[in-house]
Write a protein that binds this ligand. Sequence first.
Ligand code: TYD
Length: 238
Amino acid sequence: MVRAFVGDSTITRLFGIGAQLTPPGVAMSISAVVSPPLVTVAMVSKYIALEGVDGSGKSTVAQALVARLIASGETAILVREPGGTALGEVVRGLLLDSERLDDWAEVFLFAAQRSELAREVISPALESGTWVVSDRSYYSSITYQGRGRGLGEDKVRAINEIGLDGVVPDHVFVLDVEPELALSRQEDPDRIGREGVEFQSAVRASYRGLANAEDKVVLLDGSLSADEMASKILEIVR
Ligand code: TYD
């Protein structure tokens, strides 16, 4: 089996080169085309993150997506952030239930749980060819802490990327919903969800900026049904 490092765009290029060099009908071994460092190249682009403001409905879409992948014979897991490991669930409580938290402490707690989740759960799943659908990712930290809290999107991105060590989503789908509408759907908002419309509007603007700047960040019309969104996502990722 051809194996690739997660999120490494050079892999795509290398596959491209391989395809050109291989005559039709001849099976290609990637290790014959590529020189030594690329011995274990794996699966391509199976890490999908769902993003959006609080109440945007991403959890429902994430569940629909995993169900559809499994129904089509794939292996897929659903993870959530913050959470997903024993430490992650404890940190989730600290992050969402504390009365108050220093802004930078918030950044580092999100980053700490995420780093463990990446190494203990996401990376092994991807290595075994399993799809990973994540309800939030470090893009939430970039938007919520970087823009919402005003700490700086680049700084927050950099802090997170240190701990992730390349285990980053291949696709980021943002459910684009008016914050007023999204918040009105929330029955029992958590500490960050209680920040209000202005905060969530900054978060939304940040997501939109990221979608403009990065090809892998795609905005989805939040008025579609969860099933319609899952179909759109599958069209793009497969
Ligand atoms: P989540 O459980 O996804 O809540 P919801 O389903 O209501 O959107 O996320 C919990 C809260 O944590 C939510 O307000 C978004 C916030 N959050 C951040 O501020 N930064 C992060 O990095 C993550 C992952 C979440």
